[in-house]
Design a protein around this ligand. Structure first.
Ligand code: ADP
Ligand code: ZN
Ligand code: ZN
Length: 756
């Protein structure tokens, strides 16, 4: 047997994971050593034994064999939270692709050397009397810096760290000694922390409704009996899901365990945070993108030291270094932002379930419009379902009007606003009530449809909308099927065949023409470039500074505007024809959410959904707020076409500088896989374990086939068994490495969320 070598990352606590060192694996460890394990290795000139983590094992020796040091031993004890994180990184790498280093960078908090923009605060921790006596002592000992600090702190209570070091000229050593004596405390200030004062803490204890208590009790009963499950809470907005999460977290914390609460960043509102702070005070912490790297790192340190029990945040909060997790909550579990868009492209749901398995935690998913995946698993008995059916804050469901845009055209209305929407907008303006106009444009949506009959140009093989490329040709992004430009509708021969092209800016202009004097706020990628602009626009609208808020899907998520009594969806088709298999699901979710925005206050609401396909099941069931009805039709489509969750789907992307090279490589890889099926030639998949044919689709040029001068080619592999696709990934990685094509790179996306 040839010798094996281990790549070991040594300095992991500093997030310095860029450079692995190679070590020989001695005979006695060869059988046992695995990627992800913690080992002791000799390091540096003095061969000091240090801890490291194995990121890769290869037969390939990259350095001078004779001078290479050997792994000393495998470390098994006392690695706690970090070990759990490394294991999770190993799992992520195996299941989603990429390198171990990429996986480690994903799960490990990074300690940045730049600590400049850290918002830290020095707080007086001791009581007044004690502080005064310490102050006296410092003065006696001529410790003038410490005395200066204490005098100020006795006046102020807390002072920003930067002022302490720069203005009071107190050194780090003095601070450390005061801190270890318990006189002061240095804290990273959190944006949302300050408003909580002790007195508030006990407030807000609500008596759970019958439905709510049944959920909480059932989950706790399982937990106490040692059963760990994944639960799905299906309940409309306002049905009390968050209250259930809080109650569960309290109970789990009371049992000495920790809780992670995942919330999509965009729904992480001040109100939600305050509800958690009111219950958990300083024992809860938040992770979000407004925290600097340093602050994030500090939050992780607090978690590691056991200073917090509950963390709230977007998907990365999953990697908080807790070692006794008892509960992982994932609110709005259907949200696309739970899938990482960078390699490794992990999904937070599956990763949460794995993490829960490792630490013995329960997983609670919640949504008003559950993902097809989760509902499908409920059907197969993998998740337990709970329903919350009533809105606790009152308010009636809005009245929904579906407007047929084809009819508008027949009857001579060529404006982007239907007559119904025009009428209701004018009405709201007269009454001084607010409206929201929503353009569900999502990424690239260059589909072509007939404005006269609603016919959409679709791929005959994949049953998804074709996308219009710059040269006018229509292309399927899964299989590469192409059709020439169409000028006349193949169904009704109308010349009105084109996509819906209006952007938010254009809508704003048209609206001004329609209703002179109307006050408009616009929210889209352009108006939310700066950090706070998003919050600012929402706040301005909430304060009644505009009559109409025009925006993309950003405006429909999780915000309560009691003054809004009208929501208009300008073209439901924009997301319906997005050219991927999730288009209908996403449309149903967006329409349902949009409808939920109207009539949250005292007045009943109305919703106008404009569409060329009023009979499409996603539109019909959203208008009726009927999730089950939608699910039944959508899962039939997935079954018929073999899309997730019925089969799993692996997207393989080849990136290349040279177009020809990229296409050839993609063809070669896809061809090697396909060769096995049917033709009996020596194919890649022959060597793969597990039965069943792989379906290989493509390669096709990617959706944005030239980003930053890189060409992108994708093909798709489908199979019912996820493990088999993982084996495909491994085989493709090897085949790709053997091709030795510098300038090309390979990426994987399992069960992709969007069309690539
Ligand atoms: P969801 O997360 O499903 O949108 P929330 O938990 O936010 O629902 O509840 C919606 C509203 O109802 C909130 O204002 C919340 O304070 C209130 N609420 C939730 N549970 C109760 C309860 N048991 N009694 C009274 N009010 C409740
Ligand atoms: Zn037509
Ligand atoms: Zn196709």
């Amino acid at each position: 047997m040839s010798e094996l070598y281990a790549d070991v990352i040594v300095d992991i606590s500093h997030g310095n994971v860029d450079r692995p060192f190679q070590y020989r694996i001695p005979e006695k460890l060869v059988r046992e050593l695995e990627t992800g394990m913690c080992v002791k290795v000799p390091f540096g000139a003095g061969n000091k034994p240090v801890r490291g983590y194995v990121t890769d094992i290869t037969p390939e020796c990259r350095f001078d064999r004779d001078r290479m040091k050997a792994v000393q031993e495998i470390v098994r004890e006392g690695v706690g939270a970090q070990n759990s994180q490394i294991c999770l990184a190993g799992w992520i790498r195996r299941n989603y692709g990429g390198t171990m280093i990429q996986a480690l960078r994903t799960v490990l908090p990074v300690k940045k050397s730049v600590r400049g923009n850290l918002k830290r605060t020095v707080i007086l921790a001791a009581g007044r009397e004690e502080a005064v006596s310490v102050l006296g002592e410092c003065q006696r000992k001529h410790q003038t810096a410490r005395a200066r600090l204490l005098r100020e702190l006795l006046k102020e209570g807390s002072i920003p760290y930067s002022l302490v070091t720069e203005k009071l000229m107190v050194g780090a050593a003095s601070l450390r000694s005061l801190e270890s004596a318990g006189v002061i405390r240095v804290e990273s200030t959190l944006r949302y922390r300050n408003p909580v004062v002790r007195g508030d803490l006990e407030q807000g204890q609500k008596t759970l409704s019958g439905e709510q208590s049944r959920v909480v009790e059932a989950i706790l009963e399982d937990f106490d009996a040692g059963r760990r499950e994944t639960y799905l809470i299906h309940g409309i907005t306002g049905s009390g899901k968050t209250e259930v999460y809080i109650r569960l977290a309290e109970q789990i914390v009371a049992r000495g365990r920790q809780a992670i609460v995942l919330i999509p960043e965009i729904a992480l509102t001040y109100q939600t945070l305050m509800r958690f702070y009111r219950r958990f005070g300083d024992r809860v912490s938040v992770m979000n993108s407004t925290l600097s790297q340093g602050e994030k790192y500090d939050q992780c340190e607090r978690a590691r030291r056991g200073e917090i029990d509950v963390i709230i945040g977007p998907r990365s909060a999953l990697f908080t270094p807790f070692s006794r997790i008892g509960l992982i909550v994932m609110d709005e579990e259907h949200e696309g932002s739970y899938k990482s868009e960078n390699t490794p492209k992990y999904h937070a749901r599956e990763t949460a379930i794995e993490l829960a398995r490792m630490q013995g935690a329960s997983v609670v998913l919640g949504s008003a419009t559950p993902s097809l995946e989760s509902y499908y698993r409920v059907g197969r008995g993998e998740y337990k379902l709970f329903r919350l059916t009533s809105r606790l804050t009152g308010g009636t469901l809005p009245q929904v009007h579906t407007v047929d845009l084809r009819r508008e055209l027949w009857e001579g209305n060529r404006s982007i606003f239907s007559r119904k929407l025009q009428e209701l907008l004018a009405d709201r303006l007269r009454r001084g009530q607010q409206s929201m106009l929503f353009l569900n444009r999502r990424g690239f949506a260059g589909f072509v449809s007939c404005r006269a009959c609603g016919h959409v140009m679709k791929c005959p093989h994949c049953d998804v909308s074709l996308s219009e490329h710059r040269n006018g040709r229509l292309v399927c992004h899964y299989c590469g099927y192409e059709s020439p430009r169409v000028k006349i509708c193949p169904k009704c021969a109308s010349p009105y065949i084109s996509g819906f092209r209006a952007g938010t800016e254009q809508i704003e202009d048209r609206l001004k023409d329609l209703l002179p004097g109307v006050r408009i706020l616009r929210m889209d990628a352009d108006t939310t470039r700066t950090k706070d602009s998003y919050e600012r626009i929402l706040a301005a609208f909430g304060n009644g500074e505009a009559d109409v808020l025009v925006g993309t899907q950003m405006i429909v998520k999780g915000h309560d505007f009691p003054g809004v009594t009208l929501v208009g969806v300008l073209a439901a088709d924009l997301s319906l024809c997005a050219g991927d298999y999730r288009a209908a699901e996403r449309t149903f979710q967006l329409l349902t959410q949009a409808a939920g925005r109207a009539g949250r206050g005292a007045w009943p609401g109305e919703v106008v959904i404009q569409t060329y396909q009023p009979d499409h099941y996603a539109v019909r069931h959203a208008a009726a707020q009927d999730y089950e009805g939608f699910y039944r039709e959508e899962i039939l489509f997935r079954e018929m076409m073999g899309y997730p969750p019925v089969l799993h789907m692996l997207a393989v992307q080849v990136f290349a500088q040279k177009e020809q090279e990229g296409m050839e490589a993609a063809r070669a890889l896809a061809g090697a896989l396909a060769a096995e099926n049917g033709q009996g030639q020596a194919g890649l998949s022959r060597s793969l374990p597990g039965p069943g044919e792989l379906q290989v689709i493509g390669p096709a040029p990617g959706n944005l086939s030239r980003i930053k001068d890189t060409f992108r080619f994708a093909f798709y592999v489908k199979h019912g068994d996820y493990g088999r696709l993982v084996a495909v990934k491994d085989a493709l990685e090897q085949a790709f490495a053997a091709m030795e094509t510098p300038g090309l790179s390979l990426q994987f996306d399992f069960d992709p969320m969007t069309v690539l």
